[in-house]
Design a protein around this ligand. Structure first.
Ligand code: NAP
Ligand code: GFB
Length: 322
């Protein structure tokens, strides 16, 4: 019985990390490719998943037995603040089409992707899988957050009405090779890597947005990829799982900027543009459920992961998403 695994959003930061892990981990190992598996990494050029007809055609073409659903309109704080309805509507369209096509094509297993920004902004810490819906998300990205929360609701409804084996992952902030380095729309780490690179190259000021005080947990994309492969193969409950480093691994944006200065080898100094938003102050998520299920999982140390990410960016600048 062959297994066909479709990764929607397969050409993005997380999709490329899954492809890297599947190709580089020893075949047959816990995270490596298995003999009876065929992996498909789909991009929007193959099917615009906002369109139900194109979504159905993608499923008819590949007949996936398993799906890791990553495709989404994605962006950092500033892009989310600018396009709240677009993030809400486009992600609702994509998610409804993928979940319904998975149901219609009797996909054996579907793992979809939420984000720790779905959590309520005012709730007790640490954040756990139990309090996703216990209050409004931070206003800066409520469009994206509600679209993502709805996937958890849809998963429960498909399970109750049709017995579908649908579940979801809740990654914290992700970074790594193949990120989106757009200076305005990207997440903080790729955005600052790009800005620091330009400051060093052009001897121009390096400006960090906000106060530098907010705290974040960051997971290396290639570690997250292994956890998605684990969830696809070994976790069969509808309830979501937070995929994150420990809540004690929070770092401030200032600490991130300092680490990027070191990794890029920038000799200058940087300033804070406090006219720009800080967004959510913190969103400390617990990975206790994850570790209780996977047993010991070794996360790549932040500095090592950042150095690998910067190295990839410098070596691939000409074809990176800048
Ligand atoms: P990304 O690098 O922007 O990649 C997005 C992927 O989705 C790309 O492959 C893109 O295809 C595809 N896509 C976008 N719109 C599409 C459409 N209309 N139809 C079909 N495909 C479409 O994003 P990412 O960081 O890898 O995110 C992957 C998943 O992780 C998303 O669900 C995101 O919400 C979640 N997540 C990300 C973070 C983070 O910090 N990055 C944190 C938590 C959760 P093209 O390449 O063709 O455009
Ligand atoms: O990764 P980021 O954009 O998103 O981080 P969030 C924003 C934080 O980094 C804010 C600071 O405190 C910003 O002030 N920052 C400093 C910068 N310099 C920069 C910069 O050059 N670019 C960016 N982007 N930030 C996102 C959600 O929240 O988290 C998304 O909006 C998604 O929906 C993502 O869930 C994982 O962590 O604030």
């Amino acid at each position: 019985m062959s297994t066909v695994i479709l990764v929607t959003g397969g050409t993005g930061l997380v999709g490329k990390a899954i492809e890297y892990v599947i190709e580089n981990e020893p075949a047959g190992s816990r995270f490596g490719k298995r003999p009876n598996e065929k992996w498909i990494f789909a991009s929007s050029s193959e099917a615009d998943l906002r369109d139900p007809a194109q979504t159905r055609k993608l499923y008819e073409k590949y007949q996936p037995t398993h799906v890791i659903h990553l495709a989404a309109l994605v962006g950092g704080l500033f892009k989310n603040m600018k396009y709240k309805l677009t993030f809400l509507r486009e992600n609702i369209l994509i998610n409804d089409n993928v979940l319904h096509a998975s149901y219609e094509h009797k996909t054996q297993k579907l793992v979809s992707c939420l984000s720790t920004c779905v959590f309520p902004d005012k709730v007790e810490y640490p954040l756990t899988e139990l309090n996703i819906h216990n209050g409004p998300p931070h206003e800066s990205n409520f469009g994206y957050a509600h679209a993502k929360r709805m996937v958890d609701v849809q998963n429960h409804a498909y399970k109750e009405e049709f017995g579908c084996n649908f579940t979801s992952a809740i990654p914290t902030n992700v970074f790594g090779p193949h990120d989106n380095y757009d200076l305005e729309d990207s997440h903080v780490i790729p955005g600052l890597i790009h800005k620091c690179y330009l400051a060093k190259k052009n001897k121009t000021p390096f400006v960090v947005s906000g106060t530098g005080k907010p705290l974040r947990q960051f997971i290396y994309s290639r570690d997250l990829a292994k956890l998605f492969i684990w969830q696809l193969r070994e976790y069969d409950d509808v309830e979501p799982v937070i995929l994150s480093v420990g809540e004690d691994e929070e770092v401030s944006i200032k600490e991130v900027a300092d680490a990027i200065v070191k990794a890029v080898g920038f000799q200058g100094s940087y300033t804070f543009d406090t006219s720009r938003a800080d967004g959510q102050y913190r969103k400390p998520a617990s990975n206790k459920k994850l570790l209780s299920l996977t047993g010991d999982f070794k996360f790549t140390p932040f500095e090592e992961a950042l150095n690998e990410s910067v190295k990839w960016f410098l070596e691939n600048y000409n074809n990176a998403r800048i």
